[in-house]
Design a protein around this ligand. Structure first.
Ligand SMILES: Nc1ncnc2c1ncn2[C@@H]1O[C@H](COP(=O)(O)OP(=O)(O)OP(=O)(O)O)[C@@H](O)[C@H]1O
Length: 494
């Protein structure tokens, strides 16, 4: 009891005194350190952010230049430009190193200030511990160690905060993509009738289109009607709105004003997936999916191989004999397993494209002309009632183009066809028998739609337009066909 009366009070009092002293020291140290580090950290983060941004900007030209140099290595060597390219890459590397050196110097700058502050803090803590006199040596040691640890942690807090701020830029960019307005989702109400379109008639009513609210109208108040099975050539000068019209028919570009009806249904009222699966477009530069030719022709596995082979043949990707050999090879391999595979290897080597041929991402292992032919084969498999060709055979040779035009005429006789003819440049080997490729393509079409600055300038049969000496179509043809005699031959021919 004597101990309780005499000593316990004393020890409790000492412990609480010490605890309060330690707490006080820690609070003073913490606030002091935090304020000091706030100023140092702010200067570091601001400068480092700016430097890192410069580093990122300086890095991409090096990657681009290096990539370009690797691709063009043969040309660089052929022109003995090695030294020029070597000097250029050194200059670009210097441009990257300059901000990099400053960036790493900033880390040293921070470390020096951190070490200095640590010294000051430990000194002040030590002074406080010593001046208080009554602090237990163990507690004093713990306080000094904590002070040191604290400054160390502050250093990494500043550095990691800085890194985090930079990395959050990437998150910010992803957020921007997430917030991009999406195409409208499919609705029950927007489902197109199963067989739509049974006829390929198109009615365009007062159609106006602009790409964004602050840009001028690209298509201005267009109204026209296309009857089922008509073959329409769309021509006009560069920038007249031909591609925009094609994109609008598939709602890749939103309609600003007016309406488009396909087989009596307003296309703005139906689901995008339905519209785009029933109307086919073959663009100038078609994209293919990575996988096989079979997957590209028939992604949902809805058609027999016979139909797919036929599409490849009609698109002139293979000839009939090659198709028979390839089909036979496939059948034997399928029936007898791998043993027969070698026996058919020779045959398969002759077959450049089969249904199982591999297609790289975007179709990069095929030429642009081959990609156009595969897109044509895809259209042949789909058999849409409305087909849009956006200079679909611009990259194939003359004979293949001739064959394809015949295929289009034969195979899409029941479809409404809109062919956009972009190129009115002179064919190098142009003769009266072989005039401009685009002109040739649309010359025997039902009607020609001439666009001028987003408006319909002319819409009539090629014959009538050519007969009218004042028509834009006549002048476009005349400009490129060498003489009046030559023009007369072309008109007569078609
Ligand atoms: N994505 C876009 N954003 C803004 N304006 C665009 C866009 N695409 C095209 N335009 C503008 O729309 C107009 C019509 O372009 P469009 O590509 O339809 O013409 P075009 O007749 O097909 O030309 P070309 O024969 O040269 O391909 C042009 O003035 C063009 O600058």
């Amino acid at each position: 009891m004597a101990m309780i009366d005499a000593e316990v009070y004393e020890t409790i009092s000492s412990v609480s005194d010490n605890a309060l002293e330690v707490l006080g020291i820690l609070v003073i140290i913490s606030i002091g350190i935090t304020v000091l580090f706030y100023f140092v950290g702010r200067a570091y983060i601001r400068t480092n952010l700016a430097l890192r941004r410069i580093v990122s900007i300086s890095r991409s030209p090096i990657y681009t230049f290096f990539g370009d140099s690797v691709i063009g290595l043969v040309t660089i060597r052929a022109f003995a430009a090695n030294n020029r390219f070597y000097d250029k890459i050194l200059k670009l590397t210097d441009g990257l190193n300059r901000p990099e050196i400053f960036m790493w110097s900033m880390n040293r700058w921070l470390a020096v200030r951190n070490d200095f502050l640590s010294g000051v803090i430990v000194f002040v803590t030590g002074a406080l511990v010593v001046s208080s006199g009554s602090i237990d040596p163990g507690v004093a040691g713990a306080v000094l160690t904590l002070a040191l640890q604290f400054t160390h942690s502050m250093l990494w807090l500043v550095r990691n905060y800085n890194m985090n701020e930079l990395n959050m830029n990437a998150v910010e960019r992803v957020m921007e993509y997430i917030q991009i307005s999406q195409e409208p989702a499919a609705t029950e109400h927007g489902k197109a009738p199963a067989a739509w379109p049974t006829e390929g008639d198109i009615r365009v009513e007062s159609l106006s289109v602009q790409y964004s609210v602050d840009t001028p109208l690209v298509l201005k108040d267009l109204s026209f009607e296309i009857r089922p099975r008509e073959k329409i050539g769309v021509v006009g000068r560069t920038g007249s709105g031909k591609s925009t019209l094609a994109l609008t028919l598939l709602r890749f570009v939103d309609i600003t004003e007016g309406r488009i009806f396909i087989n009596g249904i307003d296309i703005s009222q139906i689901n995008l997936a339905d519209l785009r699966s029933r109307v086919t477009i073959i663009p100038q530069d078609p994209l293919l999916f990575s996988g096989s030719i079979r997957f590209n022709l028939d992604p949902f596995g809805e058609h027999d191989d016979a139909i797919l082979w036929s599409a490849l043949r009609h698109a002139h990707l293979i000839d009939g004999e090659v198709q028979a050999e390839a089909s036979a090879a496939e059948i034997v391999v399928n029936e007898n397993g791998n043993e027969e595979e070698n026996a058919n290897q020779n045959k398969n080597e002759r077959v450049k494209i089969t249904l199982d041929s591999h297609v790289s991402e975007g179709g990069s292992n095929f030429s642009q002309g081959e990609r156009q032919l595969i897109a044509l084969a895809r259209a042949l498999v789909r058999r849409s009632k409305v087909l849009i060709l956006d200079e679909a055979t611009s990259s194939v040779d003359r004979d293949t183009d001739d064959n394809i035009q015949t295929t289009i005429r034969n195979e899409f006789g029941e479809a409404t066809l809109l062919t956009i003819a972009h190129r009115w440049s002179m064919a190098t080997n142009m003769t009266p028998e072989y005039p401009l490729s685009s002109l040739r393509t649309v010359m025997d079409y039902t009607r020609i739609l001439v666009l001028s600055e987003g408006q319909i300038a002319e819409f009539d049969t090629p014959y009538n337009l050519m007969e009218d000496k004042k028509s834009i179509f006549h002048s476009m043809c005349q400009k490129y066909v060498q003489s009046q005699h030559h023009l007369a031959v072309v008109v007569h021919k078609f």
